[in-house]
Write a protein that binds this ligand. Sequence first.
Ligand SMILES: *[C@@H]1O[C@H](CO)[C@@H](O)[C@H](O)[C@H]1NC(C)=O
Ligand SMILES: *[C@@H]1O[C@H](CO)[C@@H](O)[C@H](O)[C@H]1NC(C)=O
Ligand SMILES: *[C@@H]1O[C@H](CO)[C@@H](O)[C@H](O)[C@H]1NC(C)=O
Length: 606
Amino acid sequence: MHLPVLWLAVLLVALFPQFSTSLSNNGLTTAVEWDEYSFFILGNRTFIQSGEFHMWRLPVPCLWRDIVQKVKAAGLNAISVYFHWGMTNPRQGEVDLTGINDFRPLLRKKRGSGLSRGLVPSSEICTGGIPGHVAWLPGNPPWNPYNGELRSNDTFYQNAWQDYWTSVITLIAKNQITQGGPIILLQIENEYYNGAGQNEYVSSLRSRAVDLGVVIPTFVNDAGEFSNLLGTTDLYGFDAYPFSASNCGNANPSVWRPIVTTWGDYFDTVAPTQPHFFPEFQGGSADNWGNVGGYATCREFVNTQFQRVFYHQMWASGATAENYYMFYGGTTWAQLPYSQGYTSYDYGAPVDEQRMLTEKHGELKLQSLFLRSFKDFYTTDLVDIDDTSISDLYVTHLQNPLSGASFYIFRHNDATANTTFQFSYPLGQPTIASSSWGGYANYVDVGASTPFLISGPYLVRNAFLNGDGNLALWGDVDTSTDIQIFGSGSLVSVQWNSSPINIEQISPAVWTAFIPFTAPSPSIVLPDLESASTVWRFRDSLPDIQSDFDGSAMVPADQTTTTSVFPPYYGGPWILYADMYGFHAGNLLWRGTFIQGGYIEQLGWA
Ligand SMILES: *[C@@H]1O[C@H](CO)[C@@H](O)[C@H](O)[C@H]1NC(C)=O
Ligand SMILES: *[C@@H]1O[C@H](CO)[C@@H](O)[C@H](O)[C@H]1NC(C)=O
Ligand SMILES: *[C@@H]1O[C@H](CO)[C@@H](O)[C@H](O)[C@H]1NC(C)=O
């Protein structure tokens, strides 16, 4: 959210090789289709529940699997990921899709397991951060790096995105669901607006992607209910952040905003033939520089009660595709923080900056259990809203038109209220079809083998049941833990992180076991930085104190015109915008020499 950037997003899901895919009349693959209720992935109706994760905010690719496993453990079936344009294409003509810019480690399938077999959690990839070499291109009219011809159909800009777009989209196209990869959806741009040349620009990003072989649906994410960019891509979605960052930042985490009730009608008006789709729904909160509360307050503000009330309201408005921004925020390293996001990007998300699960992760899992269990919920019409029968109560009644299964979503009429009250509500004739309760067999989604529920451990990352009834579990405990295993399969033995554990069968489908916790060894002892005995080492690396410094690598800051529409306010006649000299990021070293009647400047070492 709120980044002045160019985005491209891709959602990824599982691969079903037996499904033969073809193109439908609209030129898109039949592997990802939709109607007005929900998406079909490989022919199966799917409630897309995704979590947002940014690779460069955890710039250690071997740790990405940890996040993927935590996404799966929360019961989500998709991941949304951004690409960063500035990092991928830092200099004109140079595109780097290696290291932390390479999303492919996220796509790899793990060895089969009861939790993950055939299910690669999905990803969405966005581009972000207009590189300096683009922001300072000489244009006509001159570029305004903050509000100008960037992100339009202007010829300079159209040329500027070709290298980047071609490389990134080519890699994405190779990993679409039709190619055996897990990518199901592609977002074009980010929170952008209607405007002269802007719709044309978004359309040409899409057509270029199609030329490069993209057959999955593309979509835009409007920044709100603004009807922007309708018709420029295949699908439309909008982002919703009901709670404002300034509240958590100013340590007012108990003051709620009223709930929004317009979402359902809005979707029916602007996009009546597609699922109600939230490419970003509030998963935590940004925190601005200067706020007093910090992210702990954001997590308290956008807490499990927020998840319950607002996510259920989103479902009540017919949503069947949603991406929580952020699932894991992480850290904004190096020179990438900005005024609305300092170095920590913890975001008050379900998984905190240190990758620890919070209780918000548990709430997501509860909600996922419901969604996996009740597939009738993926196809519902609004029957009615009752906010009068009981004055404090707001009830949304949804019904599956085929099975007749009814769903009632209850909340306070005034969602900001703190009162507790009891009520009884007449549900009329129960119409829940017997097929409606799919049980937890559906939890692990398509491709699961024998499902087991494991209760007790801090985290279960993976599970595998072999034909001999040996269940191998991988996970974490943070204290010695009793566990319960519920399942319909027959169980002979259980391993926890490859070590056998004793199990006791206490009823036909329930086993118990004990997992001892051993504290990590050696334990980490932080140094006392204030102690007089602490030895500090440093190296003064300033280039101009080095013996071989002769100044020849410094770039003279001698230009007197700029492509920026902002004139230099002082320091003339020379232009001191570092970008004008090719330094777009990093630490800058200015060297000035005062001469009689003025001074000269030099610049170097970005
Ligand atoms: C779709 O779901 C059904 C029911 O869960 C399952 O039998 C079928 O194999 C799924 N289709 C594919 C292509 O996986
Ligand atoms: C950009 O779009 C505008 C608005 O439709 C149009 O007038 C203009 O000719 C387009 N420019 C280019 C370079 O295609
Ligand atoms: C709910 O409680 C909080 C904290 O006590 C308070 O700030 C807020 O105003 C209350 N909300 C309402 C609607 O009374």
